[in-house]
Write a protein that binds this ligand. Structure first.
Ligand SMILES: Nc1ncnc2c1ncn2[C@@H]1O[C@H](COP(=O)(O)OP(=O)(O)OP(=O)(O)O)[C@@H](O)[C@H]1O
Ligand SMILES: [Mg+2]
Length: 268
Protein backbone atom coordinates (compact mmCIF):
# COMPACT_ATOMS: atom_id res chain seq x y z
CA UNK A 1 0.00 0.00 0.00
CA UNK A 2 1.18 3.52 -0.75
CA UNK A 3 1.18 6.56 1.50
CA UNK A 4 -2.29 7.40 2.78
CA UNK A 5 -4.12 10.25 1.08
CA UNK A 6 -5.66 11.24 4.41
CA UNK A 7 -4.50 10.55 7.95
CA UNK A 8 -6.16 11.32 11.23
CA UNK A 9 -3.86 10.64 14.17
CA UNK A 10 -5.30 10.72 17.70
CA UNK A 11 -7.76 13.46 16.72
CA UNK A 12 -10.11 14.87 19.35
CA UNK A 13 -12.45 17.84 19.54
CA UNK A 14 -14.66 19.14 22.33
CA UNK A 15 -17.47 21.64 22.15
CA UNK A 16 -17.83 23.05 25.63
CA UNK A 17 -18.33 19.96 27.72
CA UNK A 18 -19.20 17.67 24.80
CA UNK A 19 -16.39 15.47 23.51
CA UNK A 20 -17.67 15.10 19.96
CA UNK A 21 -14.61 13.22 18.64
CA UNK A 22 -12.28 11.26 20.92
CA UNK A 23 -8.84 10.08 19.96
CA UNK A 24 -9.74 8.97 16.43
CA UNK A 25 -6.98 7.47 14.27
CA UNK A 26 -7.76 6.59 10.69
CA UNK A 27 -5.86 6.30 7.39
CA UNK A 28 -7.44 6.41 3.96
CA UNK A 29 -5.57 4.87 1.03
CA UNK A 30 -5.57 6.64 -2.35
CA UNK A 31 -8.64 5.61 -4.32
CA UNK A 32 -10.32 3.90 -1.37
CA UNK A 33 -14.06 4.24 -0.76
CA UNK A 34 -14.65 3.89 2.97
CA UNK A 35 -17.94 4.02 4.86
CA UNK A 36 -18.37 6.01 8.06
CA UNK A 37 -21.37 4.99 10.14
CA UNK A 38 -22.64 5.36 13.67
CA UNK A 39 -25.72 6.38 15.63
CA UNK A 40 -26.99 9.98 15.61
CA UNK A 41 -24.57 12.35 17.33
CA UNK A 42 -21.67 9.87 17.03
CA UNK A 43 -19.39 12.56 15.58
CA UNK A 44 -19.48 11.63 11.86
CA UNK A 45 -20.22 15.08 10.46
CA UNK A 46 -17.75 16.58 12.94
CA UNK A 47 -15.05 14.37 11.37
CA UNK A 48 -15.88 15.96 7.97
CA UNK A 49 -15.87 19.43 9.56
CA UNK A 50 -12.41 18.68 10.95
CA UNK A 51 -11.07 17.47 7.59
CA UNK A 52 -12.52 20.48 5.74
CA UNK A 53 -11.26 23.05 8.24
CA UNK A 54 -14.54 24.38 9.63
CA UNK A 55 -13.73 22.85 13.02
CA UNK A 56 -10.25 22.77 14.57
CA UNK A 57 -9.14 19.72 16.56
CA UNK A 58 -8.44 20.16 20.24
CA UNK A 59 -5.76 17.46 19.86
CA UNK A 60 -4.16 15.37 17.16
CA UNK A 61 -2.88 15.68 13.61
CA UNK A 62 -4.75 15.65 10.31
CA UNK A 63 -2.68 15.24 7.13
CA UNK A 64 -3.64 15.30 3.48
CA UNK A 65 -1.10 13.73 1.13
CA UNK A 66 1.54 13.96 3.84
CA UNK A 67 0.95 17.65 4.68
CA UNK A 68 -0.41 18.77 8.04
CA UNK A 69 -3.64 20.59 7.19
CA UNK A 70 -4.75 21.70 10.66
CA UNK A 71 -5.30 25.47 10.59
CA UNK A 72 -5.90 25.68 6.85
CA UNK A 73 -9.10 27.40 5.72
CA UNK A 74 -11.90 25.59 3.92
CA UNK A 75 -10.97 27.47 0.72
CA UNK A 76 -7.33 26.41 0.95
CA UNK A 77 -8.38 22.81 1.54
CA UNK A 78 -10.70 22.94 -1.44
CA UNK A 79 -7.80 24.12 -3.62
CA UNK A 80 -5.63 21.33 -2.22
CA UNK A 81 -8.22 18.81 -3.44
CA UNK A 82 -10.73 18.17 -0.66
CA UNK A 83 -14.42 18.56 -1.42
CA UNK A 84 -17.63 17.63 0.35
CA UNK A 85 -21.38 17.48 0.24
CA UNK A 86 -23.47 18.60 3.19
CA UNK A 87 -25.96 16.68 5.30
CA UNK A 88 -28.31 19.66 4.90
CA UNK A 89 -28.23 20.52 1.21
CA UNK A 90 -26.38 23.76 0.46
CA UNK A 91 -27.18 24.97 -3.03
CA UNK A 92 -28.03 28.37 -4.46
CA UNK A 93 -31.77 27.76 -4.88
CA UNK A 94 -32.42 30.80 -7.09
CA UNK A 95 -29.67 29.85 -9.53
CA UNK A 96 -29.93 27.31 -12.31
CA UNK A 97 -28.58 23.79 -12.09
CA UNK A 98 -25.87 24.86 -14.58
CA UNK A 99 -24.82 27.88 -12.50
CA UNK A 100 -24.64 25.88 -9.28
CA UNK A 101 -22.05 23.56 -10.84
CA UNK A 102 -20.24 26.22 -12.92
CA UNK A 103 -19.62 28.26 -9.75
CA UNK A 104 -17.63 25.37 -8.34
CA UNK A 105 -15.29 25.01 -11.30
CA UNK A 106 -11.77 26.11 -10.49
CA UNK A 107 -11.34 27.63 -13.93
CA UNK A 108 -11.91 31.32 -13.39
CA UNK A 109 -12.60 33.05 -16.68
CA UNK A 110 -9.16 33.73 -18.15
CA UNK A 111 -10.46 36.52 -20.28
CA UNK A 112 -11.18 40.18 -19.67
CA UNK A 113 -14.57 41.83 -19.28
CA UNK A 114 -13.92 43.47 -22.67
CA UNK A 115 -13.30 40.04 -24.27
CA UNK A 116 -16.49 38.72 -22.68
CA UNK A 117 -18.43 41.74 -23.90
CA UNK A 118 -17.37 41.50 -27.52
CA UNK A 119 -17.28 37.69 -27.26
CA UNK A 120 -13.78 37.19 -28.62
CA UNK A 121 -12.78 33.67 -29.74
CA UNK A 122 -10.82 33.30 -26.51
CA UNK A 123 -13.84 34.11 -24.34
CA UNK A 124 -16.08 31.83 -26.41
CA UNK A 125 -13.59 28.96 -26.14
CA UNK A 126 -13.41 29.29 -22.36
CA UNK A 127 -17.19 29.46 -22.09
CA UNK A 128 -17.43 26.31 -24.15
CA UNK A 129 -14.94 24.55 -21.89
CA UNK A 130 -17.04 25.45 -18.83
CA UNK A 131 -20.21 24.23 -20.60
CA UNK A 132 -18.54 20.93 -21.46
CA UNK A 133 -17.25 20.38 -17.93
CA UNK A 134 -20.62 21.17 -16.37
CA UNK A 135 -22.37 18.93 -18.88
CA UNK A 136 -20.03 16.04 -18.11
CA UNK A 137 -20.64 16.34 -14.35
CA UNK A 138 -24.39 16.70 -14.71
CA UNK A 139 -24.47 13.64 -16.96
CA UNK A 140 -22.60 11.64 -14.31
CA UNK A 141 -25.36 12.40 -11.80
CA UNK A 142 -28.19 12.01 -14.32
CA UNK A 143 -29.16 15.69 -14.35
CA UNK A 144 -28.30 16.53 -17.96
CA UNK A 145 -32.00 17.08 -18.67
CA UNK A 146 -32.32 19.75 -15.97
CA UNK A 147 -29.51 22.14 -16.89
CA UNK A 148 -31.57 25.34 -17.07
CA UNK A 149 -33.96 24.55 -14.19
CA UNK A 150 -33.82 26.54 -11.00
CA UNK A 151 -32.03 24.42 -8.38
CA UNK A 152 -34.58 25.27 -5.67
CA UNK A 153 -37.50 23.72 -7.51
CA UNK A 154 -35.84 20.37 -8.17
CA UNK A 155 -37.27 17.43 -6.22
CA UNK A 156 -35.25 16.72 -3.08
CA UNK A 157 -33.51 13.60 -4.44
CA UNK A 158 -32.30 15.52 -7.49
CA UNK A 159 -31.02 18.37 -5.32
CA UNK A 160 -28.89 15.78 -3.51
CA UNK A 161 -27.45 14.68 -6.86
CA UNK A 162 -26.77 18.30 -7.77
CA UNK A 163 -24.83 18.65 -4.51
CA UNK A 164 -22.72 15.75 -5.67
CA UNK A 165 -22.04 17.39 -9.07
CA UNK A 166 -21.20 20.68 -7.34
CA UNK A 167 -18.75 18.90 -5.04
CA UNK A 168 -17.07 17.26 -8.05
CA UNK A 169 -16.71 20.59 -9.88
CA UNK A 170 -13.60 21.50 -7.90
CA UNK A 171 -11.82 18.37 -9.27
CA UNK A 172 -11.14 16.91 -5.84
CA UNK A 173 -8.89 14.01 -4.93
CA UNK A 174 -10.77 13.41 -1.71
CA UNK A 175 -14.56 13.52 -1.75
CA UNK A 176 -16.53 13.51 1.50
CA UNK A 177 -20.18 12.55 1.13
CA UNK A 178 -22.41 13.33 4.11
CA UNK A 179 -25.56 11.18 3.85
CA UNK A 180 -26.05 11.40 0.08
CA UNK A 181 -29.01 8.97 0.30
CA UNK A 182 -30.84 10.86 3.07
CA UNK A 183 -34.55 11.00 2.33
CA UNK A 184 -34.31 8.68 -0.68
CA UNK A 185 -36.56 5.68 -1.24
CA UNK A 186 -35.29 2.20 -2.12
CA UNK A 187 -35.28 2.75 -5.89
CA UNK A 188 -33.50 6.08 -5.54
CA UNK A 189 -30.95 4.43 -3.24
CA UNK A 190 -30.32 1.71 -5.83
CA UNK A 191 -29.72 4.37 -8.49
CA UNK A 192 -27.44 6.32 -6.18
CA UNK A 193 -25.35 3.21 -5.48
CA UNK A 194 -24.78 2.74 -9.23
CA UNK A 195 -24.01 6.42 -9.67
CA UNK A 196 -21.46 6.64 -6.87
CA UNK A 197 -19.80 3.39 -7.97
CA UNK A 198 -19.53 4.68 -11.52
CA UNK A 199 -18.13 8.05 -10.38
CA UNK A 200 -15.63 6.33 -8.10
CA UNK A 201 -14.40 4.03 -10.88
CA UNK A 202 -14.22 6.81 -13.45
CA UNK A 203 -12.75 9.65 -11.40
CA UNK A 204 -10.59 7.56 -9.03
CA UNK A 205 -11.48 9.80 -6.10
CA UNK A 206 -10.76 8.72 -2.56
CA UNK A 207 -14.16 8.79 -0.88
CA UNK A 208 -15.49 8.75 2.66
CA UNK A 209 -19.20 8.03 2.73
CA UNK A 210 -21.34 8.83 5.76
CA UNK A 211 -24.64 7.02 5.46
CA UNK A 212 -27.50 5.79 7.60
CA UNK A 213 -28.97 3.65 4.79
CA UNK A 214 -27.12 0.43 5.57
CA UNK A 215 -27.85 -1.20 2.22
CA UNK A 216 -26.14 1.75 0.49
CA UNK A 217 -23.02 1.69 2.64
CA UNK A 218 -22.71 -2.11 2.75
CA UNK A 219 -23.06 -2.34 -1.04
CA UNK A 220 -20.67 0.50 -1.92
CA UNK A 221 -18.05 -0.71 0.58
CA UNK A 222 -18.37 -4.42 -0.25
CA UNK A 223 -14.70 -4.62 -1.27
CA UNK A 224 -13.56 -2.10 1.23
CA UNK A 225 -13.83 -1.01 4.86
CA UNK A 226 -16.35 0.61 7.13
CA UNK A 227 -15.51 2.60 10.23
CA UNK A 228 -18.03 2.80 13.06
CA UNK A 229 -18.10 5.74 15.43
CA UNK A 230 -20.02 5.79 18.70
CA UNK A 231 -20.02 8.69 21.17
CA UNK A 232 -17.07 10.18 19.30
CA UNK A 233 -14.93 7.04 19.55
CA UNK A 234 -13.92 4.44 16.99
CA UNK A 235 -15.97 1.38 17.79
CA UNK A 236 -14.76 -0.79 14.92
CA UNK A 237 -13.12 -0.75 11.49
CA UNK A 238 -13.59 -3.68 9.14
CA UNK A 239 -15.26 -5.26 6.14
CA UNK A 240 -19.06 -5.01 5.83
CA UNK A 241 -19.41 -8.60 7.08
CA UNK A 242 -17.15 -7.96 10.09
CA UNK A 243 -19.09 -4.81 10.96
CA UNK A 244 -22.51 -6.47 10.63
CA UNK A 245 -21.46 -9.27 12.96
CA UNK A 246 -19.60 -7.16 15.51
CA UNK A 247 -21.44 -7.41 18.86
CA UNK A 248 -20.29 -3.93 19.95
CA UNK A 249 -21.69 -2.41 16.76
CA UNK A 250 -24.96 -4.30 17.09
CA UNK A 251 -25.28 -3.17 20.73
CA UNK A 252 -24.61 0.49 19.83
CA UNK A 253 -27.32 0.44 17.18
CA UNK A 254 -29.80 -1.53 19.25
CA UNK A 255 -29.16 0.78 22.20
CA UNK A 256 -29.94 3.72 20.00
CA UNK A 257 -33.06 2.05 18.71
CA UNK A 258 -34.34 1.47 22.21
CA UNK A 259 -33.55 5.06 23.22
CA UNK A 260 -35.07 6.70 20.20
CA UNK A 261 -37.82 4.21 19.66
CA UNK A 262 -38.97 5.30 16.27
CA UNK A 263 -36.15 6.55 14.04
CA UNK A 264 -35.48 3.66 11.73
CA UNK A 265 -31.98 2.25 12.10
CA UNK A 266 -30.70 -1.17 11.26
CA UNK A 267 -27.35 -2.67 10.44
CA UNK A 268 -28.53 -5.27 8.02
N1 LIG B 1 -20.38 23.23 16.25
C1 LIG B 1 -20.81 22.51 17.29
N2 LIG B 1 -21.01 23.09 18.50
C2 LIG B 1 -21.43 22.36 19.56
N3 LIG B 1 -21.68 21.03 19.51
C3 LIG B 1 -21.52 20.42 18.33
C4 LIG B 1 -21.09 21.13 17.16
N4 LIG B 1 -21.01 20.24 16.13
C5 LIG B 1 -21.39 19.05 16.63
N5 LIG B 1 -21.70 19.15 17.94
C6 LIG B 1 -22.11 18.05 18.83
O1 LIG B 1 -21.18 17.00 18.62
C7 LIG B 1 -21.82 15.73 18.61
C8 LIG B 1 -21.57 15.03 17.30
O2 LIG B 1 -22.31 15.67 16.26
P1 LIG B 1 -22.24 15.25 14.73
O3 LIG B 1 -23.07 16.23 13.98
O4 LIG B 1 -20.84 15.10 14.32
O5 LIG B 1 -22.95 13.82 14.75
P2 LIG B 1 -23.31 12.85 13.55
O6 LIG B 1 -22.65 11.54 13.83
O7 LIG B 1 -23.03 13.51 12.25
O8 LIG B 1 -24.89 12.66 13.77
P3 LIG B 1 -26.10 12.50 12.70
O9 LIG B 1 -26.11 11.06 12.28
O10 LIG B 1 -27.33 12.84 13.50
O11 LIG B 1 -25.86 13.46 11.59
C9 LIG B 1 -23.28 16.00 18.90
O12 LIG B 1 -23.48 15.88 20.30
C10 LIG B 1 -23.47 17.43 18.47
O13 LIG B 1 -24.52 18.06 19.15
MG1 LIG C 1 -24.16 14.14 10.68
Amino acid sequence: MGAPVLSLDSVSVSFGGVKAVRNVTFHLEPGELVGLIGPNGAGKTTIFNLITGSVKPTDGVISFKGTDIVGKTSDQLCHLGISRTFQNIRLFPQMSVFENVALGLHSEPHYSIFEAFVRTPNARRKEKEVEEQVHELLTLVGLEGYIQQKAGILPYGLQRRLELARAMATSPELLLLDEPAAGMNEDECAELIKMIRNIHELKKYSIILIEHHMNVVMDLCRNSRIMVLNLGETLAIGSPAEIQNNPKVIAAYLGEKRERNGRKRSIS
